[in-house]
Design a protein around this ligand. Structure first.
Ligand code: 5AD
Ligand code: SF4
Length: 481
């Protein structure tokens, strides 16, 4: 848990401490001096912007980086004209990488007009050696590059960047370290992501995450609980527990603990109203977890359970370690125990060797499980993963045909499933003013469905009862009760 530290009490005439997080507090104090000086020179505050690609894990990392930037005196803005622009990158599919390169070209033209502008890159894409080579060669105007394992060193890395003329690169292959007690910013005042574990040991054959996020390591439950208690004391009512595979939480702890046990501890926190988590691997989802979810008053009625593919042949090649039948049996068990739960999923189309018959099997699973939503992805070849070396890559036209067919079924079943709530009254946590119509607010039901209804900013952060009047596909239009 981070207690606001007084940077004025840090003696910068001394050598930096070797202990963490004290070492980073020292560099935060030092950076604050640098920022003050630069602002004085320019006659205005220094500004920074975070551009985040990818998943909730990255969003959380960006909040940590922004927390440090604010603490050292940067003004946080939403515009890439900022003095410091950092891109927190994703590499799970190649299109995310391409977007980063495209945006970098644009930043270069801005940097030519503002020689004080600094560009920093971090996140999963930076863990790939080929990316670093490319940036060194073709994007030499970048000032700082670091990876996923050393983001806690951000203050120190920034200090090096501001005191050196050359591109600063610091990438670690892996780490077993978890540094606690650093500041973090929050995008929403009432909800917050909380890391419970880092990394992944599953090595699904298409996935680059285990290579860029390293081995699985769980945070100490005491640190997690303290952090959530602190968040609740600051007004947070909903937490999202984050991990690549939350169902294997606690296995690497000195005193092992299951994810279901952790959830029960989180449930006890007074003032906390909703608990979500992401992501669950079907192979590790225990009966204990289903029972804890069933009996909980706080755990939301939503489970994201990535299927990836419906054919056992493809699941085996993906190294998912469950069969179609096992997945279906699990989904059935969950639905029997918790009938009102919403199930969502991720599906990949076009994995090497996948035929249109295999996609038909995926479609069968979608129809049987009746997902509330499914995120469908076209397979992207990631260098270094076992699937990239497979010979039977699927031609683009076949992938497209399977993808379109699947998407149609996903949309139809989701529409039907989501519309079951029409007419009901449900609690919704109001998150924001509607983006397109400011007479409406946008709230989220326990089962993760979105509802828009007439209301104003005073409702933001509150859980209110809403009648779900009309279903529009994936969302509802409602009215406040
Ligand atoms: N190609 C396409 N989709 C992928 N995912 C992970 N790796 C790949 C890849 N190489 C998808 C999976 C995962 C989600 C976060 O991204 O469906 O669940
Ligand atoms: Fe990737 Fe599989 Fe780990 Fe998820 S469980 S991050 S898909 S390797």
């Amino acid at each position: 848990m981070y207690k606001d530290i007084d940077l004025d009490n840090i003696d910068l005439t001394q050598e930096p401490p070797t202990q963490e997080p004290q070492r980073q507090y020292y560099f935060m104090a030092k950076m604050r001096e640098i920022v003050k000086e630069k602002s004085k020179e320019l006659g205005r505050p220094l500004s920074a912007v975070a551009v985040t690609f990818g998943c909730q894990m990255n969003a959380k990392d960006s909040e940590k980086l922004l927390g440090i930037l604010r603490k050292i005196g940067f003004e946080i803005i939403e515009d890439e004209s900022a003095d410091l622009v950092f891109f927190n990158t994703c590499t799970v599919r190649d299109n995310a990488n391409q977007r980063v390169y495209g945006r970098l070209g644009f930043l270069h033209s801005m940097k030519k007009k503002n020689s004080d502008k600094k560009i920093a890159l971090c996140g999963c894409m930076m863990q790939e050696p080929s990316v670093i080579e490319k940036i060194k060669k073709s994007y030499s105007f970048v000032d700082l590059i670091f990876g996923t394992h050393n983001i806690y060193k951000f203050a120190e890395l920034l200090t090096t960047m501001y005191t050196s003329e050359r591109m600063v690169i610091d990438i670690w292959k892996d780490t077993d370290q978890i540094v606690e007690d650093l500041p973090s910013e929050r995008k929403f005042s009432f909800k917050c992501g909380v890391n419970i574990m880092y990394g992944c040991n599953n090595f699904c054959s298409y996935c680059i995450v285990p290579y860029v996020r390293g081995r699985e390591r769980s945070r100490n439950p005491k640190d997690i609980i303290r952090e959530i208690e602190q968040l609740v004391s600051e007004g947070v009512v909903e937490v999202m527990l984050l991990g690549q595979n939350v169902n294997s939480y606690g296995k690497t702890l000195e005193e092992p603990m299951t994810f279901a046990e952790l959830l029960q501890e989180v449930e006890k926190i007074e003032g906390l109203e909703r608990i979500r988590f992401m992501t669950s691997h079907p192979k590790d989802l225990s009966d204990e977890l289903i029972q804890v979810m069933k009996n909980s008053k706080k755990i939301c009625k939503h489970l994201h359970l990535p299927l990836q593919a419906g054919s056992t042949k493809i699941l085996t090649a993906m190294n998912r370690r469950y069969t179609k039948e096992q997945y279906l049996a699990l989904a059935k068990k969950i639905r029997t125990e918790i009938p009102d739960i919403a199930l969502t999923t991720d599906i990949i189309v076009g994995f090497p060797g996948e035929t249109l018959e295999d996609v038909e099997e995926t479609i069968e699973v979608v129809k049987e499980v009746q997902y509330d939503n499914a995120f469908t992805f076209i397979y992207s070849k990631r260098t270094g993963t076992p699937a990239a070396a497979m010979e039977n890559q699927v031609p683009e036209e076949v992938v497209k045909e399977g993808f379109d067919k699947l998407l149609k079924v996903v949309q139809e079943t989701a529409r039907e499933r989501v519309s079951r709530l029409e007419g009901q009254v449900q609690g919704a946590l109001v998150e924001e003013i509607n983006e397109h119509d400011n007479s409406l607010v946008t709230g989220r039901l326990s089962n993760n469905t979105i509802v828009h209804f007439p209301g104003d900013a005073s409702l933001i952060g509150k859980i209110v009862d809403v009648r779900l009047k009309e279903c529009h596909g994936f969302y509802y239009i409602g009215e406040l009760i």
